[in-house]
Design a protein around this ligand. Structure first.
Ligand code: FAD
Length: 309
């Protein structure tokens, strides 16, 4: 067995989701090769070579892979897939973009967001917004799998000494190109890797009041998240959204303020270690998953909390 793992990186370093995917690959067993694809990403390949358990790093460093255009990345993976029994990528926005294309090009089914490895062909994954866990066995010759980062501990970043091999083939499908990109700038931790998250819902009322949570988060060194209702109401940008159609998080501490705990929101945060809820409605479903619940008006409780911090 040999596993091809597509690394998520920022051209210099590997993202934590990649390291969690390495752990999943290790549990499957077999040789693990990391593909680092991008434009100007040689440093990320060097970082990948240091991850223990990696046999070799394949580097595809070319302008056609700038911003990891999914069509080009998928075509490249298809070209090198023949040597592998498994193809793994983190279930991040990027992974969710190119992996279904890889599965389609290889004419196999994708196994999405695995949470555990039962054996080399059998995995557990959430269905119905995380309300049930399916055990899925794949009979496909090549298993195309995305991995839920929060379900696997990250692998170490030092200790390995894999070789780095540059790939000569360049696949430009010409199907799409990046026109522009607008990136939200923030000094706060990234949502999916933050240890503490302060999250707000529709109960925050408006954009100006939502800023209360940002101040609180800064005091706690936390990331800020939101429900879909808060995003749809324009309180915050949509990259804040946590849930079934947003990000999946599992911080040490999740503080949910003015959010009801709809199942689609719980799907993205119920694996948090400690959940604190502030809601004025004592029957709000969030209290069913909360370790600490405060029935209070958030406009009194949050300033009080901030003051004591
Ligand atoms: P509400 O349910 O309106 O809750 C607001 C809460 O604030 C209430 O419990 C209220 O008691 C409390 N409150 C109000 N004022 C105060 C106050 N002054 N002090 C204290 N508490 C107060 N939702 C997500 O979050 N993420 C997703 O990814 C997602 N994906 C979805 C996918 C699909 C296909 C569908 C159909 C829905 C999805 N949703 C998602 C939407 C989800 O169903 C809920 O509508 C949403 O999560 C509700 O957001 P909320 O809790 O902020 O709002």
């Amino acid at each position: 067995m040999a596993i091809l793992l597509i690394a998520e990186h920022d051209n210099a370093l590997l993202k934590s989701a990649t390291l969690s995917t390495v752990t999943a690959a290790t549990q499957i067993g077999g040789d693990i090769d990391l593909l680092v694809v991008g434009n100007g990403c040689a440093a990320a390949a060097d970082a990948a070579a240091k991850v223990p358990g990696v046999r070799k790093v394949l580097l595809a460093d070319n302008a056609v892979y700038d911003h990891e255009i999914a069509e080009n990345v998928a075509a490249l993976i298809k070209e090198i897939a023949a040597d592998y029994s498994h193809i793994l990528a983190p279930a991040t926005t990027n992974g969710k973009n190119f992996m279904p294309r890889v599965a389609a090009l290889l004419d196999v089914g994708q196994i999405s967001e695995i949470m555990s490895v039962e054996s080399a062909d059998t995995f557990k994954r959430p269905i119905y917004a995380g309300n049930a866990i399916a055990t899925v066995q794949s009979l496909d010759a090549v298993k195309v799998i995305t991995v839920r980062g929060t379900s696997f501990d990250p692998a170490a970043i030092e200790g390995g000494s894999a070789s780095v091999e540059s790939l000569s083939q360049v696949t430009d499908t010409g199907l799409s190109r990046l026109v522009s990109e607008e990136l939200a700038q923030s000094d706060r931790p990234e949502l999916t890797t933050a240890k503490i998250i302060v999250s707000g819902g529709r109960g925050m009322g408006d954009k100006a009041h939502f800023e209360m949570l940002e101040t609180l988060a800064d005091k706690l060194g936390a990331a800020v998240g939101a429900t879909r209702a808060a995003v749809d109401a324009g309180f915050v940008a949509n990259d804040y959204q946590i849930g079934q159609t947003g990000k999946v998080v599992a911080p040490e501490l999740y503080i949910g303020v003015g959010l009801s705990g709809a199942i689609q929101h719980l799907a993205g945060m119920k694996d948090s270690k400690v959940i604190v809820a502030i809601n004025k409605d004592e029957d709000a479903p969030i209290f069913q998953v909360a370790d600490y619940g405060l029935v209070a008006d958030l406009f009194e409780a949050v300033p009080e909390l901030e003051k004591s911090l």
